[in-house]
Design a protein around this ligand. Structure first.
Ligand code: AHG
Ligand code: MN
Ligand code: MN
Length: 354
């Protein structure tokens, strides 16, 4: 295959060294965290590419049998390997005060004698992991926060991580698909990099990504329809009615079961993703996790000109009460997300849910 990198195409280190967002303190630390996270994503990508040949598919068997994480979900081997890889690649950089992961019940402390820093890293090491064994796209999601001053140098606590999404100084995801890409929200802008497997470098291929304002494509797990709130049922019914209904146009539907893959599709060609709060299990107010799934994806979406919402309010204003808190998530093309918010405002006022 011909070597295709153009002289003007920046690698990730070149991009980070030329970007110095105005008003961003400690840019050197933030870009070092991003570089270390990108190294973890490269390693995870390599492990995934070997598939069954690498012995990494299937469930994780802890010594005492099967392993269930704090979410109550069976861990895949790659969930555990990706989590360990992410910690290994980022904890020794000296920029982090602590970390939180989907796969860890409690915050991870930076062990002595490693240097501690001023930032918190939150991540879902492998998103969409039920897709691993069927060779379908999965990803990694991460978010960077400042550590409250009082806990810089000491152990971090759960409360340190419970910040609004607006407080994120950066976020991103890697998608392990036909090609591996890294999409970064930094300095109010969203840029996409493709991994060149020959050089092992991420190369800027999708500068300043923008989400189309209008769309005729929606994504929702319709098997949950009997548990939906009235505003969501109304929205989906109208999409399904197509040209003959209130919307007067036909819609297309997609569902991959991988948040990262859905996000990437929406960034590339527009669309709306809906995983709403529902009545399936009242102890879980939504499927996705606020701090390391919906907040980082929300930042990417908002900085790409789309809208990220709980269905009722901006996602980045939602407050977390616990590290692994779940929440309803609606994001994508602005006009559709605003419509769903309007349906919540009108219907909830008329017939309150729950
Ligand atoms: P994870 O693999 O990190 O637990 O996340 C899975 C999430 C997300 O990727 C996807 O959007 C959603 O779960 C899929 O849910 P369904 O199984 O209901 O389709
Ligand atoms: Mn996930
Ligand atoms: Mn995961």
């Amino acid at each position: 295959m011909p070597l295709n990198i153009q002289a003007h195409q920046q690698t990730l280190p070149q991009f980070l060294s030329t970007l110095e967002p105005a008003g961003t303190r400690d840019w050197g630390d933030i870009s070092a965290i991003v570089m270390n996270a990108s190294r973890a994503c490269k390693a995870i990508s390599l492990g995934i590419a070997y598939g069954a040949l690498g012995g990494v598919t299937g469930d994780y068997q802890a010594e005492a049998g099967q392993s269930i994480n704090v979410q109550g979900e069976t861990q895949k081997k790659l969930d555990v390997l990706s989590n360990n890889m992410f910690i290994h690649c980022t904890e020794s950089g000296g920029q982090l005060a602590g970390m939180a992961s989907e796969e860890l019940t409690l915050p991870h402390q930076i062990p002595a004698p490693l240097k501690r820093g001023r930032f918190l890293l939150l991540f879902d090491p492998l998103d969409g992991s039920s897709n691993i064994d069927i060779n379908t796209s999965v990803g990694t999601i991460f978010s960077i926060l400042r550590c409250p001053e009082s806990h810089v140098d000491g152990d971090v606590s759960e409360a340190d991580f419970l910040q609004e999404g607006h407080a994120q100084v950066g976020a991103g995801y890697a998608i392990y698909g036909p090609s591996t890409m890294l999409v970064l929200a930094l300095g109010q802008d969203v840029n996409g990099f493709t991994l060149d497997p020959r050089m092992g470098e991420f190369v800027l291929t999708h500068p300043s990504m923008r989400i189309a304002t209008e769309t005729q494509e929606f994504a929702i797990n319709a098997s949950n329809s009997r548990f939906w709130e009235a505003p969501i049922s109304r929205y989906v019914d109208e999409c399904l009615a197509g040209k003959s209904g209130a919307r007067g146009k036909d819609f297309n539907m997609r569902w991959i079961g991988s948040l990262v893959a859905e996000t990437h599709r929406i960034l590339m060609r527009g669309g709306v993703f809906i995983y709403p709060r529902d009545t399936k299990d009242l102890s879980k107010p939504g499927r996705l996790r606020l701090l390391y799934e919906t907040n980082p994806i929300g930042l990417v979406v908002e900085w790409a000109g789309g809208r990220a919402s709980t269905g009722e309010m901006p996602m980045l204003q939602a407050t977390a009460k616990s590290l692994h808190q779940r929440i309803g998530f609606v994001f994508g093309s602005r006009s559709e997300v605003e419509r769903i918010e309007r349906y919540h405002a009108t219907i909830s006022a008329a017939e309150p849910f729950l």
